[in-house]
Design a protein around this ligand. Sequence first.
Ligand code: F6P
Length: 370
Amino acid sequence: MVSQNIRRIAICTGGGDAPGLNAVIRAVAVSAANRGWECYGIREGFNGIFFNERFPNGGVFRLTRESVRGITHLGGTMLGTTNKGNPLHFPLKMPDGSTKEIDRTDEIIEFFAKKEIDALVSVGGDGSLTIANALVQKGLRVVGVPKTIDNDLDKTATTFGFDTAVAFATESLDRLHSTAESHQRIMVVEVMGRYAGWIALHSGISGGAHAILIPEIPYDLKKVAEKIISRENDGRHYSLVVVAEGATSADGDHAVMEVAEIGHAERLGGIGERVARQLHELTGKDCRVVVLGHLLRGGSPTTFDRLAALRVGAAAVRALSEGYTGVMVALAFPDVNYVPLSDVAGRMRAVPLDCDTMKTGRDMGICFGD
Ligand code: F6P
């Protein structure tokens, strides 16, 4: 199991955290140790390299078998993460207060050369995999591990973190049925997912929502109001509406909390309030909003996510030992595949409108606002 040309590897976690990240870190560190390799953790994406001095115990530190013990079931990431400061578009503050964008990837390459670290396992979503691909172009040996609760990455069956997020959203919907029914209200539940509706769709169907609004289907709230009123006429005086944070109305209304800055994507949020206000106007019914937000990213990974995370972590080290670079390990049940990073970088997977889950929703009479 000893690879001839790898002695040291490093791992970093970038972008929003997702339940299962610690399981990946453990799988990578233990699989590396079992090959006689040293494994290093980089703190907060690549910040551990850029700002080594800011971290009391060093921005890049040794991950031993002992230091990753007992973390498989823990949420978050022991390495920390960031979704600011993309090294390809790093925001540099200028003396006049303005911000300039710089490319810091050469510093990463130099760091690996100086520390004689032979390869990187980069765990992240679309942004991190794009950075990983750029580092491969500059000669670094990199294997990517897909991560996001949003499930919006192409070429992998799913991503760890998604199942945990969907389970929490579904349980929340289960709890909201009784209070909505008791008060004869409309409950609008806003969930994360960026520009894809996977979390809304899966939790909405599983949790018995009556309407689900996803970014892939521009919505007309009059259709949702019709559905709610037809339920009223049938004697069912409450409704649950799940809204994906990236849902957009047919006339282009889209809720942004923070516009995109250099090295940082736009922040979505607030669509639930708008939908609730408009549904109140259209139906005259009392509406309440629940924004699940970051609760979807917290807590312990489900068994499914733990196993998926351990599998992609171990597979990343296996890929390196088999001589692969520039690939992402992808779940392709019952196997794991290696997919070129160039095929996934910058590509997003939306919900296909003809997929079976969508058909199930339609067959169950759920309104999609169209
Ligand atoms: O990509 C994961 C995600 O949780 C999205 O669903 C959400 O839009 C975004 O991250 C939120 O990011 P932040 O942690 O910056 O609020």
